[in-house]
Design a binder for this molecule. Structure first.
Ligand code: DAH
Length: 341
């Protein structure tokens, strides 16, 4: 019997060393410590041992049982620890790993340009006025000194909704709306979309303008030039100059076209300025006395200047965009190139 106990202990010790998984552990339990396991088997065999030896053998078997249980427990704890360590390793976060980059969006080049232009005028104290895109003939034309059947209506190909309602062709409508609601001193800036039946590489049926209006006592064409030269320098660079050319708009008298010296070649002549050294940038003039009177402002007391700038045109010049269609096609390869600086 004593030999059997020794032999079982040897086997048990071997088996302990061979435990590598939960299954091995369960097998070990069943094999040695289970109800029908080998230790219990030895106990059963005790009956065949001589009576005098039974207490000694019983004690030895009990010792073996205790030791086996202790070793089983130790093996189990070791396994649990190993499992925990493995899980820790798996769940460990490597903080040195490069992060996944989120793609950062950017503003549309037209929005960038508009914001930049608005910022310059806001800094000069202009109030922003949002007009409506659907207008009536009265505000878009008649009260801007463009009576029905006047030939200057042909300057703009208009989308009519009814005989009297139209998509505004110019932000100049904002002049009338604003002067109806506000009296001088006035410093108003109205950026917005306008519509004309016109389409080629530099014209789009929908485009944006920015209207400016200043009305107060003693406002002259000189104020217009001074303010717009400052504007051009902030948008195109400190070294640019401006010049006025006589022009015609029904709502200003005198009317001017304002050119900026070419910011690419410095005025020497290049492809951007078509060899002239100058780039036409906006229209403006002294507000026609009839327009002031149409809004209940006394033209003998007050005078003003007004101007209108195409925002797409400024964006195209600034960024070297050669086709206005690119601004509405939403091609990401194009749009991704613009960043606020
Ligand atoms: N409304 C004109 C256009 O669309 C631009 C313009 C010219 C606006 C002269 C003005 C101005 O306020 O004074 O062509």
């Amino acid at each position: 019997m004593q030999e059997q106990i020794k032999e079982l202990r040897r086997q048990m010790m071997d088996a302990i060393g061979g435990i590598h998984s939960k299954e091995d552990l369960a097998d070990f339990w069943q094999n040695y410590l289970g109800k029908n396991g080998q230790v219990a088997g030895l106990m059963k065999n005790l009956r065949s041992v001589a009576k005098e030896e039974r207490p000694t053998m019983g004690k030895l078997i009990n010792e073996l049982k205790t030791e086996t249980e202790a070793r089983y427990q130790a093996a189990r704890e070791k396994m649990e620890e190993a499992e925990l360590a493995a899980r820790d390793r798996k769940e460990q976060i490597d903080i040195t790993m490069p992060a996944k980059r989120d793609r950062v969006g950017n503003l549309h080049p037209l929005t960038l340009t508009r914001n930049e232009m608005v910022n310059v005028f806001s800094g000069m104290g202009f109030e922003i006025y949002d007009g409506a895109e659907i207008e009536d003939d009265d505000h878009n034309f008649t009260r801007l000194n463009v009576p029905k059947n006047h030939p200057s209506r042909d300057m703009q190909d208009t989308f009519y909704i009814t005989e009297d309602i139209l998509l505004r062709t110019q932000t100049s409508t904002g002049q009338i709306r604003y002067m109806d609601a506000h009296k001088p001193p006035i410093k108003m800036l109205s950026p917005g979309r306008v519509f004309r039946s016109d389409s080629d590489a530099t014209h789009s049926p929908m485009f944006s303008q920015m209207e400016g209006l200043v009305v107060d006592k003693h406002i002259t064409l000189g104020d217009l030039q001074g303010m717009l030269e400052k504007f051009c320098q902030q948008i195109f660079g400190e070294s640019v100059r401006t010049r006025l050319r006589p022009s015609y708009f029904p709502f200003t008298e005198p009317s001017v076209e304002i050119d900026v010296s070419c910011f690419k070649c410095g005025g020497k002549g290049c492809s951007l300025c078509k060899g002239t050294g100058w780039i036409e940038i906006l229209g403006g003039g002294v507000v026609h006395h009839k327009v002031l009177a149409n809004c209940g402002i006394d033209p003998d007391v007050y005078s003003g200047f007004a101007f209108g700038i195409g925002i797409e045109r400024v964006a195209m010049l600034k960024y070297g965009i050669n086709n206005i269609g690119l601004l509405t096609q939403n091609d990401l390869r194009f749009l991704k190139q613009f960043r606020e600086v």
